[in-house]
Each structure stands twice: as C-alpha cells, then as structure tokens.
Write a protein that binds this ligand. Structure first.
Ligand code: S3P
Length: 169
C-alpha cells in the first residue's frame, strides 16, 4: 500500500490512531500539523492563525501534504480542514487510502473540552456549522469510513487493520 491518510473532524482521534496504525504496519508516522508548524516561523497552530490567518495556514498545509505524498508507506494524520481543498484531496486520493474517522459532534466536544489548541474550535456555533459542512466532504472523499464514538483507539485500530486486510486480499 502506498500511504494511509486519516481524515475527520477535530477530535475524531486521527493523531492517536495514526500512532497505533503506524506502529502496527511499520509505516512512518506523518503528522501534518506538526510539519506545518515546523516549516512556519511559529511555535504552534494557534500562533500561525493569530499572526498570519487561516489562508496562510492552508497554503502551508498544501505544501506539506504535496511533499508528504512523494513518499510511500506512511500513515498521514491530516488536519480536519484538508477537505476544504479539492486540490489537496485529489493529491491524497491519488497517493493514499483515505480513511474517514467519524465521531458525533457531541463526542468531539467532549474530547476537546480541555484543549485550547484549536483556533477553529472556540466558538461552538461556528464549530457546529463547520462540522455540518465538512461531514459530507469527509464522506465524499473517504475510501473507508470508521465509527469512533463507542470504541477505544485500540479497538478502532483493530477494526481498521481488519478492514485493511480485506482491502489487500
Ligand atoms: C483544523 C484542524 C486542526 C488544525 C487546525 C485547523 C481544521 O487539526 O489543522 O487547527 O480546520 O479543522 P486537527 O484536526 O488534528 O485538530
């Protein structure tokens, strides 16, 4: 398999799952938000948004993903906003199996309640609107959709590994 790309809303468990899957598959872990921060002049995503705005963040995101997909055998954990770019999603579709981690809005709210690291998850009304707008896009681009609401990351990883096995055979 070329690469695996995890997509889904903030708080859907992409980072945790990507770590487990990369270890199980002996793939390289690629955390896109971390790479974006690394090539920026800032310390974290909040600072990038605060100083340069979302558009600039999206430009860096595109650059990092375009670079990431040049390699194979990686689990790529994408930021929740990748689906807003058709160009990025076409790149990912061409170079990765795209897995959508689905979680209800209630679940993501609970998972993110103690974090302040997401600039687009501060105003609940806006976050809910963003969620409603994005879920159909995650669905549209996904090769595989996995529910994460009621299972632990280990259980979800197990389900993905089983699905991947079926995919390869
Ligand atoms: C974003 C999601 C974040 C990060 C940035 C923007 C979004 O990543 O890329 O805050 O637009 O949904 P996670 O989905 O890993 O939280």
């Amino acid at each position: 398999m070329k690469n695996i790309a995890l997509i889904g809303f903030m708080g859907s468990g992409k980072t945790t799952l990507a770590g487990i899957l990369a270890a199980n598959l002996h793939y390289q872990l690629r955390e896109i938000d971390e790479d974006i921060v690394r090539i920026s002049e800032y310390k974290n995503v909040n600072e990038i948004f605060a100083n340069k705005g979302e558009e600039y963040f999206r430009e860096l995101e595109k650059k990092v993903i375009a670079d990431a997909v040049k390699k194979n055998k990686q689990v790529i954990s994408c930021g929740g906003g990748v689906v807003s770019s058709k160009e990025i999603m076409e790149l990912l579709k061409k170079n990765a199996l795209v897995i959508f981690l689905h979680a209800d809005f209630k679940t993501v709210t609970q998972r993110l309640r103690d974090t302040s690291s997401r600039p687009l998850f501060r105003d609940m009304e806006k976050a809910m609107a963003l969620y409603a707008k994005r879920v159909p896009l995650y669905e549209k681009y996904a090769d595989i959709k996995i529910e994460t609401d009621h299972n632990s990351p280990e259980e979800v990883a197990k389900e993905i590994m089983t699905t991947l096995g079926k995919y390869e055979s």
